[in-house]
Design a protein around this ligand. Structure first.
Ligand SMILES: Cc1ncc(COP(=O)(O)O)c(C=O)c1O
Length: 396
């Protein structure tokens, strides 16, 4: 199928992208029609049929949750046993950070590229367990040099590094395999914040040697909010304990897996990091999004299109001398730029919204950020570039 036809059929399946130029997937992706239908139909069933057909839990809901884990695992090139369902990125990072066997004086390491969802669990764990918090400075570091900087700056006390695959602060796409090698060479495990990478770049987590990969549904995977996944490698699973738990975590295949007298057999796989009931319409919506992405959009096509549109936006916005693009190369689907110092990002953003161009400000960086989704068109990016030219035109 020619690209133009493919893009037209994708756009027909994404109602929100026809409301305005949808250039902010870094916040939330658009829901495809099959996911909208699945969400609505599951919510309607719950409303009309009630939620007390417990027999459906075993005959339908648990198998469908398993289908969702299977679908996530395919995206990672991983075994289904190595993925747990979570609620979002932050949930997955918390599971990985809190579940370590921490000893006072050890180091938990973050970087200055991280989101609150990565930094806050590390800060609280440091306070609670008497850890040292080390922050690596990477904002000025070319992505290719990041593994060296990690290897130089980790110490023998560094136990766990929390780092984004794609940074929300500057859009850098970091070299995953080399980061894993560098940290492992220093005896440090790594939690990857995958909020801006899962669904935007190709992944093979076992080949990359990833320990923990925390993923949201609602961004580049075009799913609902409230559902995500955490990949835990088999080696990391040996070291990680569940911090909170509940009946979803027990070994449901074993006949007497728990008792009120202290017996508990946890699931032999990453399901042991799940806890309890989950919003079922979210499960059905997420499953429908992932299936639509794999079968109708095509992962490889989506990754290539995101990268192409990123380059297109970089080339076009780069021609505007009033903008300073600072996303390093390589990048994924995020492009960050500064405005002249006397122009407020909030003002420009509100003017763009008035023109139906939806990007966003990143307040802690005082910049603007464009996300290029696979559904976007070159024309939308042309419109954005033209609007920025007009808004930043200098008085003669
Ligand atoms: C890099 C990064 N990490 C974490 C988060 C938080 O995501 P979630 O709401 O899935 O926890 C975001 C949200 O924008 C993000 O960009």
């Amino acid at each position: 199928m020619p690209d133009s036809q493919h893009i037209a059929s994708i756009r027909a399946a994404l109602p929100a992208v026809n409301q305005y130029a949808y250039l902010n997937t870094g916040t939330c992706g658009p829901l495809p029609q099959p996911a909208i239908d699945a969400l609505a139909s599951a919510a309607r069933d719950q409303a009309e049929q009630g939620r007390i057909q417990t027999e459906l839990y075993f005959s339908k809901y648990l198998p469908d949750m398993h289908r969702l884990r299977v679908e996530f695992a395919k995206l990672f090139g991983a075994a289904t046993d190595d993925v747990a369902l979570t609620h979002n990125t932050t949930d997955g990072i918390n599971i990985a950070v809190w579940g370590q066997d921490w000893r006072a004086g050890e180091e938990v390491v973050v970087t200055d590229l991280e989101h609150e969802g990565g930094v806050m669990p590390a800060i609280l764990a440091a306070r609670k367990f008497g850890l040292n918090l080390r922050t690596l400075s990477l904002l000025d570091c070319p992505p290719a040099d990041v593994p060296n900087r990690i290897e130089d700056q980790l110490t023998p006390a560094s136990r766990l590094l929390v780092i984004s695959h794609v940074s929300w602060s500057n859009g850098a796409l970091l070299p995953l395999d080399e980061i894993m090698q560098a940290a492992h060479a220093r005896g440090c495990q790594v939690v990857i914040d995958a909020a801006q990478s899962a669904g935007a770049v190709p992944l093979d987590l076992p080949v990359s040697g990833v320990d923990y990969y925390a993923v949201p549904g609602q961004k580049w995977l075009c799913g609902p909010e409230g559902i995500g996944t955490l990949y835990v490698s088999p080696a990391a699973m040996e070291r990680l304990s569940p911090t909170y738990t509940g009946y979803f975590a027990m070994n449901m295949e074993a006949p007497d897996c728990w008792s009120c007298y202290g017996h508990l057999e946890l699931a032999p796989n990453a399901r042991r990091f799940e806890a309890s009931s989950i919003y079922l319409p979210g499960v059905y919506g997420m499953l429908a999004s992932l299936q639509w992405l794999r079968k109708e959009v095509g992962w490889d096509w989506a990754f290539a299109r995101i990268a192409h549109l990123h380059r297109y936006a970089r080339g076009l916005l780069g021609r505007n001398s009033r903008l300073r693009l600072f996303t390093p190369d390589p990048a994924a689907g995020l492009l960050h730029f500064y405005l002249p110092a006397d122009v407020s990002p909030e003002f420009i953003n509100s003017e763009l919204i008035r023109r139906d161009l939806r990007i966003r400000t990143i307040p802690h960086m005082a910049c603007l950020r464009v996300s290029t989704g696979f559904w976007n068109t070159e024309e939308e990016i042309d419109e954005l570039a033209a609007a920025l030219e007009e808004l930043l035109e200098q008085p003669a």
